[in-house]
Ligand binder design. Structure first.
Ligand SMILES: Nc1nc2c(ncn2[C@@H]2O[C@H](COP(=O)(O)OP(=O)(O)OP(=O)(O)O)[C@@H](O)[C@H]2O)c(=O)[nH]1
Ligand SMILES: [Mg+2]
Length: 339
């Protein structure tokens, strides 16, 4: 482990890949690695790319990474694929798409696939981001499928969130339905070469202007309450709606420009510190939840849980009483706080 950590801090690709595999496979390894690397993190700009399946996220990430490389940035890429049972290295599709970047030591690409629960995937992803941060990648791009709350949780790891839409995906605006519009700092309508893309751009612009929070949307993420800092002299952040045709390389320069501008906005408005605080709060909360659940799973036998479920289903006891009974297994007796 010590050697791996040294290799990661040196930015060596093989050490990074091996450490992330360890992290995926063992929570203890994740804990040890994060403890060692944590003092070296906090430098990377973490960029989330999220949106419905097939909207062109991977193609966009490829183009973004190419441009950032031209600008001299080292880029780490994590593609989160909860639907895939595979793990350990890039998925074939991503490998093909990322071939432009192959052989460039300034780029590291990794797919994370679900092992068991999405909660575990989220934690492994958060840890992997720290590995890339500590390895000196100034930009870490995280691709997630924006499909539900669990994916939104992963997206919360980002400082800057890009939500990707595309025309011809059934509903005009998928993200709104999935509840991921509210985490957008930048909106992208990809496949601008396809018919209907202008209509999606207009719907998104309309949504921004008619947003439920009215004027506050300019001060940060659409549905979040504005922070005092963001209300200050900088005038807040205007969420742009950008058309791109990733497969044609169109609109990428403007997208990367807006991503960099958002970073500048975060750094000059005090919003960076506020988001760091929020990110850490969220991560602590997630970890605590996972640990408590794990403790419960260890403390309570499946037989006991099954018996309680049966009793609740038979109306012998109510669900609150059942939970109280389960909580008596915790040291310190959490049950007291139930009242
Ligand atoms: N016409 C057109 N096709 C595109 C564009 N960008 C991507 N595509 C195509 O759309 C398909 C899906 O692209 P991906 O980049 O894999 O999309 P994704 O969002 O990463 O997909 P998942 O990871 O499976 O959710 C591919 O066949 C791409 O070649 C674009 O701008 N225009
Ligand atoms: Mg993809």
């Amino acid at each position: 482990m010590k050697e791996l950590i040294a290799g990661v801090l040196d930015g060596r690709a093989r050490a990074i890949a091996r450490l992330i595999t360890w992290i995926e496979n063992s929570e203890l390894a994740a804990e040890t690695a994060v403890a060692a690397l944590y003092p070296h993190t906090g430098q990377a700009h973490i960029i989330g790319i999220t949106g419905p399946p097939g909207s062109g996220k991977s193609t966009l990430v490829n183009e973004i990474a190419k441009l950032l490389r031209q600008q001299g940035q080292r880029v780490g890429i994590i593609a989160v694929d909860p639907s895939s049972p595979f793990t350990g290295g890039a998925l074939l599709g991503d490998r093909v798409r990322m071939r432009d970047l192959a052989g460039d030591s300034g780029v590291f690409m990794r797919s994370m696939a679900s092992r068991g629960s999405l909660g575990g995937l989220a934690q492994a992803t958060w840890a992997a981001i720290k590995v890339l941060d500590a390895a000196g990648f100034a930009r870490v791009v995280v691709e997630t499928v924006g499909a539900g709350q669990a994916e939104v949780d992963i997206a919360r790891a980002a400082h800057t969130t890009v939500v990707v839409e595309a025309p011809g995906m059934g509903d005009d605006v998928q993200a709104f339905k999935a509840g991921i519009l509210e985490i957008a700092d930048i909106l992208v309508v990809n496949k601008a070469d396809r018919p209907g893309s202008e209509r999606v751009v207009r719907s998104l612009e309309l949504m921004l202007h008619l947003g439920p929070m009215g004027g506050t949307r300019h001060h940060g993420r659409i549905l979040e309450t504005p922070s005092p800092a963001a209300n200050g002299s900088t005038g807040g952040w205007q969420i742009p709606v950008l058309p791109t045709a990733a497969s044609e390389g169109q609109g990428i320069a403007e997208l990367v420009n807006q991503i960099e501008q958002h970073l500048t906005y975060l750094q000059t408005s005090g919003e960076w510190q506020r988001r760091e605080q929020e990110r850490c709060r969220h991560e602590l909360h997630q970890l605590l939840q996972a640990r408590l659940m794990a403790q419960l799973t260890t403390a309570v036998s499946e037989t006991e849980k099954d018996a309680l479920v049966t009793a609740v289903a038979a109306r012998e006891i109510d669900p609150y009483t059942a939970v109280r009974q389960l909580l008596t297994h915790f040291p310190g007796n959490l049950v007291v706080s139930g009242k």
